[in-house]
Design a protein around this ligand. Structure first.
Ligand SMILES: [Zn+2]
Length: 238
């Protein structure tokens, strides 16, 4: 682990009894945004949700526009409602959801819109435990219905890698879920022409996470929480 990632680790460490991170800082600084999501999920998992930014006054403010502090690329699964598990409000999260968080052209355009037009700087790929789409990619049924095959094909490389890495069936599914998230993170980091450039410049942070259906906790994947090469320079120039 290099010096900067130790710095990030220390920054993201949560204080005991502390549950909140500032909204404006979260929008300006993607590491702060990440901290805000971690605190929000801590509130949710500990039954301390506050359901922020959804009063009548908050709704009126929406006429002025939006500045979501995070983009979430999540699974369509009904058990993973993004605003609820991160305890965020109206205007906080810009979300695309498909089974297995598989992305297509329209998803790319959606994500690019957020980072270019809305200046959102944190992108989270959010997988989850017991994902049906990843399960299908691991099992690979013979005649999947309709367009489901698209999902299976997209997740299959991660499923195959997981098969090589693990021995039991349970381990395999968990590994495939994680590998799928990591693959999607890497795909977005290299996505031409917008995402790759912004990532290289240190403008956007792209991380992966897995949600645990039983504990309500989101585990951010350490290896994806990278230090951005151009981050300090970019922040200084803002
Ligand atoms: Zn799923």
């Amino acid at each position: 682990m290099n010096a900067q990632s130790e710095e990030i680790k220390n920054f993201l460490k949560l204080e005991d009894g502390q549950y909140f991170a500032d909204r404006d800082s979260a929008y300006l600084d993607p590491y702060y945004g990440l901290k805000k999501l971690i605190y929000g999920n801590k509130r949710f998992a500990e039954n301390k949700s506050i359901s922020p930014r959804q009063t009548d006054a908050d709704l009126k403010n929406n006429e002025l526009g939006q500045s979501p502090f995070a983009v979430i690329i999540g699974c369509a699964d009904s058990r993973v409602p993004n605003e609820i598990i991160f305890d965020q409000g109206v205007g906080d999260l810009f979300i695309t959801r498909t089974a297995g968080q598989v992305m297509a052209e329209a998803s790319y355009g959606t994500i690019e819109y957020a980072v270019v037009a809305l200046d959102t700087r944190l992108i989270v790929v959010l997988g989850h435990e017991s994902c049906g789409a990843v399960t299908a990619a691991v099992k690979r049924p013979e005649n999947p219905p309709g367009h489901v095959v698209t999902l299976i094909n997209a997740i299959k490389p991660a499923a195959l890698r997981a098969e090589e890495m693990t021995e039991s069936k349970d381990e395999m599914l968990d590994a495939a879920i994680r590998e799928n998230v990591i693959e999607q993170v890497n795909l977005l980091r290299g996505l031409e022409p917008v995402m790759s450039r912004k990532y290289e410049n240190g403008e956007i942070l792209i991380v992966g996470a897995v949600y645990n259906l039983h504990t309500g906790k989101v585990e951010f994947i350490d290896d994806t929480i990278t230090s951005l090469p151009g981050y300090k320079k970019y922040m200084a120039a803002r």
